[in-house]
Design a protein around this ligand. Sequence first.
Ligand code: ITT
Length: 193
Amino acid sequence: NKLVFATNNQHKTEEIRAALQGKYEVLNLEDIGCFTDIPETKETFEGNARLKSSYVVEHYGLDCFADDSGLEIEALDNEPGVYSARYSGSRDNMNNINLVLEKMKGKENRKARFKTVISLMQNGENHLFEGVIEGTIRTELSGTKGFGYDPVFQPDGYDITFAEMDLEEKNKISHRAIALKKMIDFLKLKSIA
Ligand code: ITT
């Protein structure tokens, strides 16, 4: 069983591969020979996830799924949101994290959520699956695992950040894992029907 995952992000690929190990073989954009940074011009996760998945259908004729995700911080009017990957103006992750910490200085409300929308293109039809995890923004970085904003995000019910969790532990609770589970349940249902 093969699934094409329309991403250039190696960390996302790693998380999805680990979650689907032994069940599905996951091919990312590099694996199908696509080296384009697919433009993400929409203002919603849904819109951008659709753009990425449709691109692969149009240019490669392959069914696939895409993940658009990001961090929404209450005190910052849900920024960085869809701009998470380039919040500071570039993909420099340390700059992005530092900008968040800077803007959060002195803020009492530290509530935030990670959101993923998966867009699945299958037989010309589009299906969306969402995953959300609530948490808080730390005042300093902690941990070296994971990627992106993981060192400053502490999921509710835990006293460690995502960057202090093993991939396996993050994959039990993350926004991406929740959305992925919904997609897999959908695919299983379809294969029985
Ligand atoms: P693709 O579009 O190629 O999939 P990307 O990195 O550009 O890769 P997005 O446009 O969806 O992906 O941006 C998501 C950004 O949100 C990502 O670069 C991180 O900064 C952040 N992010 C998403 N999920 C995250 C997670 O699980 N942990 C930490 N940061 C995350």
